[in-house]
Design a protein around this ligand. Structure first.
Ligand SMILES: Cc1cc2nc3c(=O)[nH]c(=O)nc-3n(C[C@H](O)[C@H](O)[C@H](O)COP(=O)(O)OP(=O)(O)OC[C@H]3O[C@@H](n4cnc5c(N)ncnc54)[C@H](O)[C@@H]3O)c2cc1C
Ligand code: FES
Ligand code: FES
Length: 491
């Protein structure tokens, strides 16, 4: 057992044994280190002004992950090197910074440290994968600028990342790997005491024991939901158990007929794995928060949080996913849809945690579509999310599984519509439209700031019709702003 959280900053080892468990990384940097280059804008993960980069070892390779320091806890930096905006320049500005100067990419400058750090993360990703304008736009979609305008920022970042030359981090890579390897001791971390602690168990059995002993503790994956309880609701959270170090929890297993994702698999990693089932899933996860959110948020957190507008549950329910739960030494597996009982009430007992989710691959004759509707195209929570899986036989619907988010207090299946679609030909538009009217028997959505009930019902019907038209053979360019990923984001 280790009693302190440990991470590096600027080559310096930082060990913290006594701290308030809900201290954010931003507060640690600004208030304790007085490193005030990193800014606080929204304090809820939306603006990116607080972006810092975590450099860590992933399967023996160094990775650079941009995160929102305002909602990441300082304890979650365990095992990493924290890179803040002050750390990246040498005797000269970093190429990402210099390009922003050259392109006049900063006016008031408040957002600039965040853009620099998102660009810095892309710079290091670009060392392995080529860069493009589309990739720059994707990388900075979690950053807001209110005065400069995005064109010069995109131009600058593209110029810097097009041909990234070695910087001091590339040159220091071997030494950094050696340092980080030393931090990976595989021990349980417990910093604090029985009344207040930040714990990071290293194995499933340690997690199960600790959570049974402290079932009132708050589990966190990426803290992208819980972080807002701290910064917006000003909640004190005395006992925190972070799942980011549990061995195997970040594992993705692609088997012959299914993909199993450990509860702490990050959305960024889940995206790549699930896009191989269907390209719509890749597009869904590409639009999940910004890069900073996806680099921290986990699939387990997205499910366990129980939000009616979480994006992954409807998609995974339509695909027929199952959920593994564990309490003490006991495991159980349930269909994902049965996990959601009513608004914010899940089938999870005291001391029980989500261990993994298993998603079946599509089989012969099966087709899938999913659609996210949000006010902003990128980095926005859904107003409505629809997913549909059909099993076709001779172009007739043998079976339909349809699930929606944003239409009820939980993610929910449209069972009446499913029954009405059975036996219809996918090309028969008139019969489809008639069947889809029955969506009103499945849902009585609410009106809220994101959408009115009437809009939700109309849009849900339209999404299903769009799916049918595409499946019947209409090219997706005719039905979508960007088409299916395979034929759209070729850049
Ligand atoms: C700016 C921003 C944009 C966002 N955009 C989207 C979006 O586009 N789509 C979307 O769906 N969501 C979005 N979210 C919400 C959030 O990012 C997701 O719900 C995310 O997947 C939560 O995962 P997490 O690991 O960060 O959860 P956490 O905040 O760590 O935990 C969330 C809840 O789940 C519980 N929990 C976590 N892991 C487990 C487990 N293994 N077992 C039991 N309980 C567990 C926690 O106790 C807590 O109650 C956004 C959030 C922000 C701040
Ligand atoms: S301060 Fe806005 S994302 Fe952190
Ligand atoms: S330069 Fe002012 S907000 Fe971006």
């Amino acid at each position: 057992m280790r009693k302190a959280v440990r991470f590096f900053r600027n080559g310096r080892l930082i060990e913290r044994a006594e701290f308030s468990p809900s201290t954010t990384l931003l507060d640690y940097l600004r208030l304790e280190e007085r490193a005030t280059g990193t800014k606080e804008g929204c304090a809820e993960g939306d603006c990116g002004a607080c972006t810092v980069v975590l450099r860590r070892l992933l399967e023996g390779k160094l990775v650079y992950e941009p995160v929102n320091a305002c909602i990441l806890l300082a304890g979650q930096a365990d095992g990493c090197e924290v890179i803040a905006v002050e750390d990246i320049a040498g005797e000269q500005l970093h190429p990402v910074q210099q390009a922003l100067v050259d392109h006049h990419g900063s006016q008031c400058g408040f957002c600039t440290p965040g853009f620099v750090m998102a660009g810095f993360a892309l710079y290091h990703r670009a060392e392995q994968k080529s860069c493009s304008r589309a990739k720059v736009v994707e990388a900075i979609s979690g950053n807001l600028c209110r005065c400069t305008g995005y064109r010069p920022i995109v131009d600058a970042t593209l110029q810097a990342c097009a041909k990234p030359a070695a910087d001091k981090f590339t040159r220091d890579a071997k030494e950094a790997s050696r340092r980080l390897k030393k931090l990976a001791d595989g021990k349980d971390v417990f910093a604090g005491n029985e009344k207040q602690f930040f714990a990071a168990p290293a194995s499933v059995s340690s997690l199960a024991k600790l959570y049974l002993k402290h079932p009132e503790a708050t589990l966190i994956g990426g803290n992208t939901d819980v972080g807002l309880w701290i910064t917006k609701e000003l909640r004190e959270i005395p006992k925190i158990i972070w799942l980011g170090r549990v061995k195997g929890f970040d594992k993705i297993e692609s088997r012959a007929k299914e993909v199993r994702l450990g509860a702490a698999v990050k959305i960024e990693a889940a995206s790549e794995a699930l896009a191989r089932i269907d390209s719509d899933l890749g597009e869904l996860f590409r639009r999940f928060g910004g890069w900073q959110v996806r680099s921290a948020a986990t699939i387990g957190g997205n499910i366990a949080n129980g939000s009616p507008i979480g994006d992954s549950p409807p998609a995974l329910i339509a695909l027929g996913a199952t959920l593994e739960l564990q309490r003490g030494a006991k495991n159980r597996t349930i269909p994902l849809e049965k996990f959601f009982l009513e608004y914010r009430k899940q089938d999870r007992r005291r001391g029980e945690f989500v261990r993994a989710v298993t998603v079946p691959k599509l089989t012969k004759g099966e087709v899938f579509r999913c659609f996210k509707i949000s006010k902003r195209y990128d980095q926005d929570i859904s107003s409505l999310f629809g997913a549909i899986k059909l099993r076709l036989k001779n172009r007739k619907i043998a079976e339909a599984r349809i699930a929606f988010g944003g239409m009820a207090g939980t993610p929910k299946r449209a069972k009446t519509v499913e029954a009405k679609l059975k036996g219809l030909s996918v090309g028969d538009r008139a019969a489809m439209e008639k069947a889809l009217v029955s969506i009103e028997q499945d849902f009585a959505p609410l009106s809220d700031m994101r959408a009115s009930a009437e809009y939700r019902l109309k849009a849900a019907r339209a999404l299903l019709l769009k799916a049918m038209l595409e499946i019947a053979g209409k090219p997706s360019q005719l039905t979508r702003a960007f088409g299916r990923r395979a034929d759209a984001h070729a850049a």
